[in-house]
Design a protein around this ligand. Structure first.
Ligand SMILES: NC(=O)C1=CN([C@@H]2O[C@H](COP(=O)(O)OP(=O)(O)OC[C@H]3O[C@@H](n4cnc5c(N)ncnc54)[C@H](O)[C@@H]3O)[C@@H](O)[C@H]2O)C=CC1
Ligand SMILES: O=C(O)[C@@H]1CCC=N1
Length: 271
């Protein structure tokens, strides 16, 4: 089956469902009319329809399961049990993909009447085709399902298959990571404003600097430390800033943030 004939369902039509659906339509060869999303809140469905013109929506989770080849479970972890209770039957040709933080494959297998389930941790930049996703599948998931999921995710960025025990780490790093980087961009632009730059210029310079530095790491394959050294002149401006960051515990703070997010993902899995 090519992507152009794939029917993609979303249970939960919130932020992440919208970002993934937009990515699939813009870059994954999925027609908007092949997307069906369910949500109990009419306002959520209206926002989804506005984000994906031409898609279909419903308040019936079972209808999504019945009409889709792949169904993305895009509800908060705390709602997953309720979603499972709203589904009476899963056709054997329907693949479930959970994006909920923390909820393990064994829990998903226990609450849904299928073992055809893949667990994915995406991030919101799939909206702009620059997602970083990790995913895991149970041993009995068909390699074709894994390949199809990989292709669909890759259409919006990168997708790495990892052992399930590492998915909480992926959640802390790339699932939650965009929020940490937005905070960095906000702080950099505030600093620019503090130094006298107009707000617009400061924000553009900050965001483009983060984008450029990330591109340098990905495109050159050089160690970030070596790239940092190329910016850092002896007795110059950069080393003055590097020293201030080291004194403030910048690296430790970033590592603590990602560890805290990963720990929270593990906790959510225990609920
Ligand atoms: N927002 C993010 O950056 C990321 C979120 N995730 C995961 O994606 C999932 C969804 O997160 P968001 O989109 O941010 O949340 P959200 O709150 O924006 O969307 C969840 C949607 O589920 C709907 N919903 C609630 N109960 C439902 C039910 N019984 N049946 C169908 N729909 C129901 C809600 O009305 C809401 O529209 C979460 O499990 C989260 O862990 C994963 C990666 C990144
Ligand atoms: O904050 C959260 O729980 C979700 C999971 C990863 C990103 N957002």
């Amino acid at each position: 089956m090519t992507n152009s004939s794939l029917q993609v369902g979303f249970i939960g039509a919130g932020q992440m469902a919208q970002a993934m659906a937009r990515g699939f339509v813009d870059r994954g060869g999925i027609e908007a009319s092949a997307i069906l999303a369910s949500d109990p809140y009419p306002e959520a469905l209206q926002r989804f329809e506005k984000a994906i013109p031409g898609c279909l929506t419903t308040d019936d989770n079972q209808a999504v399961i019945g009409q889709s080849d792949i169904v993305i479970l895009a509800v908060k972890p705390q709602m997953m049990q309720k979603v499972a209770e709203s589904i009476s039957d899963i056709p054997s040709d329907c693949l479930l993909v959970s994006i909920a933080a923390g909820i393990t494959l064994s829990k998903l297998n226990a609450i849904f009447p299928t073992t055809r389930i893949i667990r994915v941790m995406p991030n919101t930049p799939c909206l702009v085709g620059v997602a970083a996703c990790g995913y895991s599948a149970s041993d009995d998931v068909d390699p074709e399902d894994i390949e199809r999921t990989q292709q669909l995710l890759e259409s919006s960025g990168i997708a790495l298959q990892v052992p399930e025990k590492l998915l909480d780490a992926v959640t802390g790093l790339s699932g939650s990571g965009p929020a940490f980087i937005y905070m960095l961009i906000e702080a950099m632009s505030d600093a620019g404003v503090r130094q006298g730059l107009p707000r617009d210029a400061a924000l553009q310079l900050a965001a483009q600097t983060v984008k450029g530095a990330a591109e340098m790491v990905l495109a050159t394959g050089e160690h970030p430390g070596a790239l940092k050294d190329k910016v850092t002149s002896p007795g110059g401006t950069t080393i003055a800033g590097v020293y201030a960051l080291e004194k403030a515990g910048f690296r430790g703070a970033v590592m603590d943030a990602i560890s805290a997010a990963a720990a929270r993902s593990r906790e959510l899995g225990l609920d």
